[in-house]
Design a protein around this ligand. Structure first.
Ligand SMILES: NC(=O)C1=CN([C@@H]2O[C@H](COP(=O)(O)OP(=O)(O)OC[C@H]3O[C@@H](n4cnc5c(N)ncnc54)[C@H](O)[C@@H]3O)[C@@H](O)[C@H]2O)C=CC1
Ligand SMILES: NCC(=O)COP(=O)(O)O
Length: 329
């Protein structure tokens, strides 16, 4: 059983949740939504439950909901900080259900990082919040996976100037180790993961002519990884590493900053892209898009990325269980 968080109630989360239930109600994977049932009133049949164990029996006929109450009614397109606490409570409850063994994986609906900022939440997104809730701070890695490409931003939600400052040999090496382990265990890759490491600068620095981060940081990281036995190429010139020919030669691209990886991923795979957090003791996926406040309440939201996130979470759980079974057998 998967547990889906509420997301920002003023965004498209309620609509894509209802549409995802319609898409999956017969073949699954089944999920339970932790949110305010008022958001789905008149949209889908809802079954209020208090334990995920009750969800499977009702899933084909109604969307199972573990109820929370918004502080103020949601107005589509107009996020309200007064609902921040309940948005965060949904995430906390979802994680607690998986940690207690009552559910298998967390799938998160989009939130606005800005709306939830406050004394209780100083994270730049779900990823590091989930790591905190799981006691895995610093081990979390964001990966976006689509049919054409997988990308990992080595630095994530920071200003570009800060991203460059944050690049270190250790950060690249540790990220690559987590990615390789995640691809082997959760994605069930049949071969050793092939990692492509992007350069930072134009032409991957052109031997130091256009920046020295490749020589000082990226090449030493690649050499360390190769010495550990990983299959790594790079530093690859960022402007050509996403061509179809280049993509055929690797399983994942390690990118030096957020937009270096997310622009090609969303250009190629926006509808079917899934955000996966590696390095956590629990499985977590999410759609690759945000709250889409500009589209909320108009019945114009595409649920495909959420459907893909739910389906991928189901596969990751099965692969992880199979890998752990093999380890203990
Ligand atoms: N995992 C998460 O919780 C994420 C949250 N965000 C948050 O979302 C908020 C808005 O961010 P933006 O950069 O505007 O990105 P966005 O993904 O919300 O929207 C970008 C554009 O794509 C459209 N769009 C997005 N998802 C769609 C869907 N399913 N169907 C149809 N059209 C869709 C929107 O209408 C908008 O025009 C921000 O506060 C950001 O922090 C952004 C990405 C991921
Ligand atoms: N750009 C990706 C994104 O914003 C997702 O962040 P997170 O909420 O999954 O940490």
């Amino acid at each position: 059983m998967l547990v889906l968080t509420q997301g920002d109630p003023a965004g498209i989360a309620p609509e894509i949740t209802a549409k995802a239930w319609h898409a999956l109600r017969e073949q699954g994977p089944a999920f339970v939504w932790v949110g305010d049932p008022a958001l789905l009133e008149g949209v889908v049949p809802v079954s209020v439950i208090d334990d995920p164990a009750q969800a499977r029996a009702v899933f084909a006929d109604a969307l199972p909901v573990m109820p929370l109450s918004l502080a103020v009614p949601a107005v589509p397109g107009q996020p309200d900080r007064r609902n921040a606490a309940v948005i965060l409570e949904s995430i906390r409850r979802a994680v607690a259900l998986v940690q207690a063994g009552a559910a298998d994986a967390v799938v998160t609906n989009p939130i606005s990082k800005d709306v939830v900022q406050g004394p209780d939440f100083t994270h730049p997104g779900h990823t590091s919040f989930l790591a905190e809730l799981c006691g895995a701070e610093g081990r979390e890695v964001m990966m976006l996976a689509g049919p054409s490409l997988r990308v990992v931003p080595v630095t994530v939600h920071v200003a570009l100037r800060k991203a460059i400052e944050q690049l270190t040999v250790a950060r690249i090496v540790e990220t690559a180790r987590t990615v390789a382990a995640g691809l082997a265990r959760d994605f069930g890759l049949a071969h050793a993961p092939r990692l492509a490491v992007a350069g930072l600068n134009p032409h991957a620095g052109e031997n130091g002519l256009m920046g020295d981060e490749e020589q000082r940081i990226i090449i030493p990281a690649i050499e360390t990884l190769r010495a550990e036995g990983y299959e790594v190429t790079g530093p690859m010139p960022p402007d050509t590493m996403f061509t179809p020919q280049a993509r055929a030669n690797y399983d994942v691209a390690l990118c030096m900053y957020h937009d270096q990886g997310l622009i090609p991923l969303k250009t190629l795979d926006m509808a079917q892209g899934v955000n996966v957090t590696l390095g956590l003791p629990i499985v977590r996926t999410s759609p690759d898009h945000g709250t889409a406040f500009d589209r909320a309440g108009q019945n114009r939201a595409d649920p495909t990325s959420l459907v893909c996130a739910l389906q991928l979470a189901g596969r990751l759980v099965r692969n992880r269980q199979a890998a752990e079974g093999r380890k203990t057998a």
